[in-house]
Design a protein around this ligand. Structure first.
Ligand code: SF4
Ligand code: SF4
Length: 146
C-alpha cells in the first residue's frame, strides 16, 4: 500500500505531506464570497507569485514574506479549509476519497493532470493585471475527475 493509504494525514512526514500536493495551483487563485448567499466563487486571477506554466509558487520557501495572507495547509486545519478545490489531494484524502488517477504520484508526472484540465496551466492571469475581479469569475476550478 502507498504511504497515503497506510497513514492518516496527521501521521505523514513533512516530505510525504509535501509530495501529496499535486501542484495544480488552484489554491493560489483569488476567490470571492457572495455577501448575500455566502457562495464561494473562484476567479482566474492568480496570486502574483504563481508561475502560470509550471503552476508552482515562484518563492515557495519564502512565500509568507512576499504574501503574508498565503495559507499553510496542515493536517490540523484541513477540515476548516472548505474553499480548497474538490480536486485538491489534501481535501480528497481528508474526505476519504483517495487520490485520482491523474495525480502525479499515481501517473508519474504532472502531464496527466494538465491534460485532464485539472491544473491552472494556461488559464490564469496575474492578479496584478486585474482591474475588476468580478469580471474574472470562472467555473473550471470546480472540475474534479477520478
Ligand atoms: S504565495 Fe505562493 S503558495 Fe501562496 S498563494 Fe501565492 S503562489 Fe500560492
Ligand atoms: S489545491 Fe491542493 S493539491 Fe492543488 S496545489 Fe493547492 S494544495 Fe496542492
Amino acid at each position: 500500500m502507498a504511504f497515503w493509504e497506510q497513514k492518516s494525514l496527521a501521521e505523514l512526514s513533512t516530505q510525504e505531506w509535501e509530495s501529496l500536493c499535486d501542484g495544480c495551483g488552484k489554491c493560489c487563485l483569488n476567490k470571492l464570497i457572495d455577501d448575500d448567499t455566502e457562495e464561494l466563487h473562484y476567479t482566474n486571477a492568480a496570486c502574483k507569485l504563481l508561475d502560470e506554466q509550471s503552476c508552482g509558487c515562484r518563492h515557495y520557501d519564502t512565500r509568507f514574506q512576499h504574501v503574508p495572507q498565503c495559507t499553510a495547509i496542515t493536517a490540523d486545519n484541513i477540515a476548516e479549509l472548505t474553499w480548497l478545490p474538490d480536486s485538491c489531494a489534501y481535501r480528497r484524502l481528508h474526505l476519504g476519497r483517495g487520490l485520482a488517477a491523474w495525480h502525479p504520484l499515481i501517473s508519474g508526472s504532472k502531464d496527466a493532470m494538465h491534460q485532464a484540465g485539472i491544473s491552472v496551466q494556461g488559464k490564469v492571469v496575474n492578479e496584478e493585471r486585474v482591474r475588476d475581479i468580478e469580471d474574472h469569475i470562472v467555473l473550471w476550478p470546480l472540475k474534479d475527475l477520478d
